[in-house]
Design a binder for this molecule. Structure first.
Ligand code: ZN
Length: 875
């Protein structure tokens, strides 16, 4: 699955909830353990026949499962949630054996046979009926443009909602679908059509038997779907859309073959499945889902309007698509044995996506953006509420716990080790792992073993220190006789006690001897270790290459020296990582607020847009944590001083032939200068650009439209609000619809803000899209966050009944920010039984950590920040 990465620094401090409609935190360890199905009776093949009319509310179906009885027993366990069984027939040889049906929690079905089954073959048939889902999980119905459609989302454990099945990833075997649909509808599943017939207005489509698959990867779609072929591949491939959206498929048609070619080169084996459909789904709970042969995407990820798409949107479309395509090998061809390795499944896909997107579309600089996301993850991983990414998952849902951390940290750990072992060795290990486990299941330990063999080193032991224990290492670098001394401890927010831990950290030191820059590789395995260097270092960059998953600290003079050398001597990833590290040091109390602001100021003039983007995000963090109304007038000149060099370099609008990455950052730059920098010229430009855009959308660079509309909305009136609402309702371009909604959330006039919130629950807005209005609150102040929280609690029941269940889990994140009061209100609200969300205790723990971190930072460094800013004004 794919979740969009939030763009904000100070991960521990900001309102992550606004960032995207993703399950920022999912079920916690306290979630009830799954009853495992066991291995006494296992399925070897299942045919699934469904009669599906997307214009009705209910459907019927039948399954036939071939079973292998490994041990004589009269108990068969499987999953089936909320289906009415019409017929259950268990057969062995010529005998039909009567069974009684018992129902347990979470769709568990226990069949008890009148007499024990003998070892050997048996078969089970169940006929059933059920209502379609309406909340974007299981087999669910979407009504759009006057037509009904059916789509599926099964990961982690919702295949059981659609039909009876063995809903654990370890059961990997072939399936065969037969779908009966109205003759005017299309029907697709994971495999190509085998045969098709029509009778009495119904079309019966039988699909080719699948290769071995787990239930969570099965998928189907029906309705009056439209198809756009993707030429240039060895196998049939299409983009699949609801009616009227074929015109938006061009970009995906153009980019998909290039990404697939890049992946085939890296894996060294061809795309493993017989066909590929990329389906743009209008209502979708996640970013995308890697069902083999039938990948589903939130429509906005796949459908781009060439006239209005921004560089950022193209980059995110390509990287999302690449993540899902990478899963065709890693996840689908080889599948995790159990949900405790979901972290590896997902972080590998993220890591691979960054690698191949950078290779095929270097102009997007996606890897650099991805690295910034990883840096933000470390702030959250340093908090007491963090958990190991390879936690024991007792239930399917527990595997999805804390996905933001899991994806990013896993990705970073893979990069750290690839950097240390070398890319060729790493690739050799992965290829051997895929070859050994093709069409089967495997664990993380199997991958480490393959890397051990490929490298001749003990990778497993070092990996385990990052995957099986929580937290971030902090490496202190101090000058010592003959080199430097490295000392590791656990990186912890200032004033917080946590158990100490030790890691085995692969490090690449880049350092200068005063004449040239040198590289020294170290595996820091001890608590303290002397590293001999052949010359006295002038400065040392402890995270050479920028990809190591650790924080580092050094004497102030060395940090200062490094910052002054950064533009000339550090690479762009190293500069991004330097800024991320600076945030960690501020939170850990290793750097004071005044030094932090001084160091940040050095990077505003950086030639690399992604570095400037990180500076802007850091300034947003400063604004949130430290700048009350009384300090705004002192903060503004500082912001202008830091960012005006970037504005002078990059300009307010796109220039012909400019670097693509500039466009992904320019909007942020304008927003920060206009809002926090109180830069009248920039604001006037933005208001004028918004006016021009509304008069003629082609007159403004797409890259800045979101920013200028938001700035205009902040001062906008009822007429502008109505105009945007009208545009939203009349547009069929998913990304434009989302843009207009987000802008509605940015209005600051209290009456219009209230109108925007009420619109979330209106019938004109699908609820998954409506959440974009909340995103529009992202640029507002603490008081607006409090109003949004108030609105959410007042409308909780209506929201909760309409939101996809995975999205519910992010609502408690609205308590984050810097307010003890709001935190207390959040804790009280979600502790009520009526507002119970699975795993909410763990989420509340994380929210509390973030709020305490923000308050502690404000108390500790507020005076230093205020003093520094006021002294600038005095100069
Ligand atoms: Zn994924």
């Amino acid at each position: 699955m794919f979740r969009a990465a939030p763009r904000a620094r100070f991960a521990a401090l900001v309102l992550l909830a606004f960032a995207a409609l993703v399950p920022a935190a999912a079920a916690g360890a306290e979630e009830q353990a799954d009853v495992r199905l066991g291995a006494d009776v296992v399925p070897t093949f299942q045919s699934i026949r469904l009669k599906l009319d997307a214009d009705q509310r209910n459907y019927s179906g039948a399954i036939h499962t071939d079973l292998r009885v490994a041990k004589a027993t009269n108990i068969i366990r499987l999953h089936a949630e909320d289906q009415d069984f019409q017929r259950v027939s268990l057969r062995q040889g010529a005998d039909t054996i009567h069974v009684s049906v018992g129902r347990g929690d979470h769709g568990l079905v226990t069949l008890t046979a009148d007499r024990p089954l003998a070892t050997g073959a048996a078969s089970l048939e169940i006929d059933f009926t059920r209502a379609y889902g309406t909340r974007a999980v299981g087999l669910y119905r979407v009504y759009t443009g006057g037509h009904g459609y059916l789509f599926t989302q099964f990961e982690a454990d919702d295949a059981r909602e659609a039909f009876p099945c063995w809903d654990e990833p370890g059961f990997k075997f072939p399936y065969q679908f037969t779908l009966e649909v109205p003759a005017a509808h299309e029907a697709i599943t994971n495999t190509p059509v085998e045969s098709q017939s029509e009778k009495d207005g119904w079309k019966t489509v039988r699909f080719v038997k699948t290769p071995p698959l787990p239930s969570y990867l099965l998928a189907l779609a029906t309705g009056p779907l439209e198809f756009t072929p993707i030429p240039g591949l060895r196998f049939p491939a299409r983009v699949v859309t609801v009616q009227g959206q074929k015109g938006l498929t061009g970009y995906t048609v153009e980019t998909t073959p290039k990404l697939l070619a890049g992946l085939e080169r890296w894996f060294g084996t061809p795309y493993p499945f017989a066909k590929l459909d990329l389906v743009a789904v209008p209502e979708f709970a996640y970013g995308a889902m890697e069902n083999p042969g039938l990948i589903t995407y939130r429509d906005a990820a796949l459908l781009l309007d060439p006239a209005s798409a921004t560089v950022n949107q193209r980059r995110s479309s390509v990287s999302t698509n690449c993540h899902e395509l990478a899963h065709m090998w890693f996840g689908d061809l080889v599948t995790m044995q159990w949900w405790d390795d979901l972290w590896l499944n997902e972080s590998f896909a993220d890591w691979m996506s960054a690698k191949i997107t950078d290779e095929v579309y270097p102009e997007f600089k996606y890897g650099l953006d991805d690295l910034a996301g990883i840096q933000r993850t470390m702030s959250g991983d340093a908090l007491p509420s963090t958990t190991a990414i390879r936690a024991k998952a007792s239930s399917s849902a527990a595997g999805l716990q804390n996905v933001g951390l899991v994806y990013n940290k896993g990705n970073a750990v893979l990069s750290t080790f690839e950097g240390y072992l070398g890319p060729e060795v790493f690739q050799k290990g992965v290829r051997a792992y895929l070859k050994a486990h093709a069409w089967g299941n495997a664990t993380a330990a199997d991958l480490w073993a393959a890397l051990d063999r490929a490298s001749g080193q003990n990778v497993s032991a070092a990996m385990a220190t990052f995957t099986d224990q929580p937290g971030v290492p902090l490496v202190r670098v101090t000058p010592a006789e003959g080199g430097v001394r490295l000392t590791q401890s656990r990186c912890t927010p200032w004033g917080v006690e946590q158990p100490d831990l030790t890691w085995r950290i692969p490090m690449v030191l880049r350092w200068s001897d005063g004449r040239q820059i040198r590289t020294t590789r170290v595996l820091l395995a001890e608590t303290s270790q002397l590293v001999k260097l052949p010359a006295k270092p002038e400065w040392v960059m402890p995270n050479g290459g920028g990809h190591g998953y650790f924080a580092w600290s050094a004497p102030g003079a060395m940090i200062e020296k490094l910052a002054s050398h950064a533009p000339r001597d550090l690479s762009a990833p190293e500069r991004v990582s330097f800024l991320g590290n600076l945030d960690l040091l501020l939170e850990a109390g290793e750097v004071h607020g005044d030094s932090y602001l001084a160091a940040l100021a050095r990077f505003g003039g950086d030639p690399e847009p992604e570095v400037v983007s990180n500076v802007v995000s850091s300034l947003a963090g400063v604004r949130r944590a430290f700048i009350p109304d009384s300090l705004k007038a002192s903060f503004a000149p500082y912001v202008r001083q830091v960012l005006q060099p970037a504005l002078a370099r990059f300009g307010t609008e796109r220039r012909p032939g400019e670097d693509e990455a500039i466009s992904t950052m320019r909007g942020q730059l304008l927003t920060m200068l206009a809002r926090a920098g109180e830069d009248g010229k920039v604001e006037a430009f933005a208001l004028d650009a918004a006016k021009r855009y509304l008069a003629d959308s082609s007159s403004v660079d797409p890259g800045i439209v979101d920013a200028v509309l938001d700035l205009a909305a902040a001062r906008g009136d009822g007429a502008m609000f109505t105009e945007l609402q009208h545009r939203y309702e009349s547009s069929t371009v998913p990304l434009l619809r989302r843009r207009y909604l987000a802008t509605l959330g940015a209005f600051e006039d209290p009456a219009l803000e209230a109108r925007a919130l009420d619109y979330i629950l209106s019938d004109a807005v699908p609820v998954t899209e409506g959440m974009m209005i909340m995103r529009g609150f992202g640029g507002k102040d603490e008081a607006a966050g409090a109003r949004l929280f108030q609105w959410m609690t007042a409308n909780y029941d209506r929201l909760a009944s309409r939101l996809p269940p995975p999205a519910l889990r992010f609502l408690p994140m609205m308590g984050s920010g810097c307010s003890q009061e709001r935190l207390a209100a959040t804790q009280a609200f979600f502790s009520e039984p009526a507002h119970a969300i699975p795993g909410v205790e763990k989420t509340l723990e994380r929210v509390a950590d973030m709020v305490h971190g923000c308050i502690s930072l404000r108390d500790r460094e507020g005076a230093a920040v205020g003093g520094y800013l006021r002294s600038l004004g005095a100069k």
